[in-house]
Design a protein around this ligand. Sequence first.
Ligand SMILES: NC(=O)c1ccc[n+]([C@@H]2O[C@H](COP(=O)([O-])OP(=O)(O)OC[C@H]3O[C@@H](n4cnc5c(N)ncnc54)[C@H](O)[C@@H]3O)[C@@H](O)[C@H]2O)c1
Length: 254
Amino acid sequence: MRFSKRTALVTGASGGIGSAICRLLASEGASLCLADMQGTDELAEELRASGKQTISVPTDVADRSAVASAVARTLETFGRLDILVTVAGVVSHGSAEQLAEAEWDRVLDINLKGTFLCCQAAIAPMRAQHYGRIVTIGSILGKNGGNARPWIARNEQDRSGNVAYGASKAGVHALTLYLARELAADGITVNAVAPGPIASAMTQAFPETLRALIPAGRLGQASEVAEAVAFLASESAGFITAEILDVNGGMWGD
Ligand SMILES: NC(=O)c1ccc[n+]([C@@H]2O[C@H](COP(=O)([O-])OP(=O)(O)OC[C@H]3O[C@@H](n4cnc5c(N)ncnc54)[C@H](O)[C@@H]3O)[C@@H](O)[C@H]2O)c1
């Protein structure tokens, strides 16, 4: 029960990876604030039915006041905010040549600005406690430039390129490293988990040719991302900060 005295706010809580993280943290005793743009009532009910303290706060992470409300509700209800996991994100396809400006803005607003707003809102309460664990969710596509196959034909780039998504996740990695240094002396660690392709709604249409590039020979499971997050969110990872942890079956290593 690593999290029996801990309260966690998880964004993107109703998604494939977010819900796996919530279930794991709750199973080890955490009280939870589920923050997602989509309803999280079903997951909240499931967790409450098994005796977990859970609140559900509809939140658009790109909206500063909505994020502030989610943090405020967490503090009002549980009195603490120990763990922030920023999972909310959207996938986006498109080449640099073709991508519409509006799509660039949408993806950067949710994936990068949304992560920033959540982290920013968590700083004051975590500083006041002199304890915090922030875990962001990056991506292998933030490391390899947003295209698993940079050598593909130009006419395939629109379908397989991820110019905005890759840049947004590279930004999440940089933000994570920045925050780790700003907050290290306050007992707050800031790390990222960078998943490779994980079986989820996001990868339903994952092409067989890309699957063949994963040395492990399979997509990852949301539960495998959750295990990495839980480790970084635990008290025992207190001397680990500014780490971008790959969970990708060997597809990328640095
Ligand atoms: N699935 C993968 O292969 C994979 C790989 C690498 C990284 N990731 C990252 O993991 C995270 C979760 O992905 P997933 O596979 O669970 O996807 P998912 O689509 O199942 O979940 C994403 C969740 O984010 C929520 N969301 C979207 N926009 C939001 C907003 N503005 N405010 C609040 N919530 C919002 C959605 O409602 C959804 O519940 C994302 O950040 C994604 O980029 C996923």
